[in-house]
Design a protein around this ligand. Structure first.
Ligand SMILES: [Zn+2]
Ligand SMILES: [Zn+2]
Length: 129
């Protein structure tokens, strides 16, 4: 991968835009209850990047403290969740894959917090061979 590449994304309404310096991926599907409720999906799919490589380039996100250590940032206008950050891993910023401009090239075949997995979901998401 080209280390000079940047990855960009934003929320549904366009009020928030962000940039990630350098390559990203792979992605993980998180099955925890907090990700379900904050994102509205059966899973939340995240990439983890170095915090100092991530920056909002347009707009000001709102912050929700989903636990004593954790901050979830979202668009105050359309509600789209963009980031998860925890004091436990301050050097890491998790970014929602669904808000990337071009998420389709990412691999996303890893699952975390699977004890929370909804029983109606397939055991594994279909993946390309
Ligand atoms: Zn928005
Ligand atoms: Zn989660």
């Amino acid at each position: 991968m080209n280390q000079d590449e940047t990855t960009e994304g934003g929320c549904l309404c366009g009020a928030l835009r962000y940039r990630i310096g350098g390559p990203v991926g792979p992605a993980v599907h998180c099955h925890c209850e907090m990700c379900r409720h904050s994102g509205g999906g059966a899973v939340a799919t995240w990439i983890s990047v170095a915090s100092d490589r991530f920056a909002f380039t347009k707009g000001e996100p709102r912050v929700y403290h989903s636990s004593a250590q954790a901050e979830r940032r979202f668009c105050p206008r359309c509600g789209a969740q963009i980031t998860f950050w925890s004091e436990r891993h301050p050097d890491i910023m998790d970014v929602t894959v669904g808000t990337l401009d071009r998420p389709e090239s990412l691999r996303a075949d890893h699952h975390i917090w699977t004890e929370g997995r909804l029983s109606g979901l397939p055991r594994a998401m279909p993946a390309e061979a």
